[in-house]
Design a protein around this ligand. Structure first.
Ligand SMILES: *Cc1c(COP(=O)(O)O)cnc(C)c1O
Length: 424
């Protein structure tokens, strides 16, 4: 499989190059030359295969030239000691993506990416340093994914005082090869510092820098797996996807193209509704983001949109994806209603996915659809400060209980490149 840049078909790269670079040299995103397809046999057994076997069938053709089969098997088994169960909640199915160590779906991408990076960099002398700017969730998943991975260290930058105590422990509680920096500034300052570091010639002489954000193709491919696993158990399902940067939905579209029996998708947004607006009007208008309860989806200029647009025209996309936007009040009402009617706890992001599906159903746009599947992107206990005032105490999974007990080791720095460079 070869990959090329969304901006130039002549910028071709192997999986190894595309994954380690993240962004193409021309600033575009790497997309596959051709999306592989499941064999008829694999497709027929999606409903009965183990999660790790579906992962192998799904990921293999994307990485074939760079990662030998037996190594890929090993990576998958070590990355996924947990799966993505499809559970019934009232009249719907919920694809629970929060059974990994940081209790959010980003574990699926980050854990595979970490293992792929480690293998692809084997034998290299210069250490690889991953720089991540985070507003909360990504930092924890990336830190956890790369924890104790040989030959790679991670520096996570987050805005001081603006992440939750749990998120801070997930980022700054691991230590070892994970370094946490609390930046005196905003998330935008953190992102700017990371960009400046990538452009700094002195740093680039000393070490190999890489990023781990959701534009990385090695994070998206393993996310196609849970769509296929879910669709295998509920054929012709409509999946509602709580979306921000649209990496998750892109992975779903890949699973669909590969032949997973998915009928349609719902692009579920909070009030940051750049993509639902585009689906309606055909005009793509990125804009500044607004803060909401589903803060991991507060994105006004989704970074993966360029990738989706490279694969699908507006007309094609409209056939396959319905858009809907959900307010904070609707999000709270949905958490309350689903808990009181069905006894199921939704986190604010999943609640946006649930409500978006309700809105479309009430508008008659989902008539005749067989199964309605909601992707649950985070465990409700991760957002207890929003959920518990509505539902009462939320049971806390073991992984989060353990994280809460960690002591934090963090260095505070001013939002200046020189300060960051000293830490690296
Ligand atoms: C990152 C995140 C999202 C948004 O996913 P994208 O791939 O950026 O669209 C949704 N929910 C949660 C809990 C997240 O952490």
């Amino acid at each position: 499989m070869r990959y090329y840049s969304t901006r130039d078909k002549n910028q071709a790269a192997s999986f190894a190059v595309a994954a380690l670079a993240g962004l193409a040299p021309d600033g575009g995103l790497y997309i596959p030359e051709e999306i592989p397809r499941y064999s008829a046999a694999a497709k027929a057994s999606l409903g009965s295969m183990a999660y790790t076997d579906i992962a192998f069938e799904t990921i293999r053709p994307w990485v074939e030239k760079d990662i030998p089969g037996p190594i890929l098997q090993e990576m998958i088994h070590s990355a996924y000691p947990f799966a993505a169960p499809l559970v019934k909640a009232g009249d719907r199915l919920v694809l629970e993506l929060f059974h990994g160590p940081t209790a959010a779906f980003k574990d699926f991408g980050a854990r595979f990416m970490a293992r792929a990076f480690s293998y692809l960099r084997r034998g290299e002398e210069k250490p690889l340093k991953i720089l991540v700017a985070t507003s909360g969730d990504t930092g924890g998943a990336v830190a956890d994914g790369f924890y104790k991975v040989e030959g790679i260290s991670v520096t996570v930058l987050y805005p001081k005082g603006r992440v939750s105590p749990l998120q801070e422990r997930q980022i700054a509680g691991l230590k070892e090869n994970i370094c946490a920096l609390a930046v005196d500034g905003s998330f935008d300052d953190c992102q700017r510092l990371v960009k400046q570091a990538f452009g700094d010639s002195d740093l680039n002489k000393r070490m190999v820098l890489s990023s781990a954000n959701s534009i990385n193709i090695s994070r998206l491919i393993p996310q196609a797996v849970y769509y296929a696993a879910g669709a295998g158990k509920a054929s012709d399902v409509v999946f509602s996807v709580p979306s921000g940067n649209f990496g998750n939905l892109t992975a779903g579209l890949y699973a669909w193209k590969m032949g997973a029996p998915i009928k349609r998708f719902i692009a579920a947004a909070n009030i940051n509704k750049t993509v639902p607006d585009y689906l309606e009007s055909g005009n793509y208008e990125p804009r500044p983001s607004h803060a909401t309860l589903s803060n991991a989806m507060d994105v006004g200029a989704p970074s993966n949109f360029e990738r989706i647009a490279a694969h699908f025209s507006w007309q094609e996309l409209r056939q396959l994806v319905l858009g809907a936007s959900v307010t904070d009040n609707e999000t709270r009402d949905t958490i309350s209603e689903v808990h009181s009617r069905w006894g199921y706890y939704l986190d604010p992001h999943t609640a946006v996915g649930w409500r978006a599906a309700s809105t479309l159903k009430e508008a008659g746009l989902l008539a005749g659809e067989s199964a309605l599947g909601i992707l649950s992107t985070a465990h409700p206990a991760k957002f207890a400060e929003t959920v518990e005032p509505i539902t009462g105490p939320v049971p806390v999974p073991l992984s989060l209980q353990k994280a809460m007990q960690r002591s934090v080791q963090v260095q505070t720095i001013p939002a200046e490149l020189e300060a960051l460079k000293e830490c690296l």
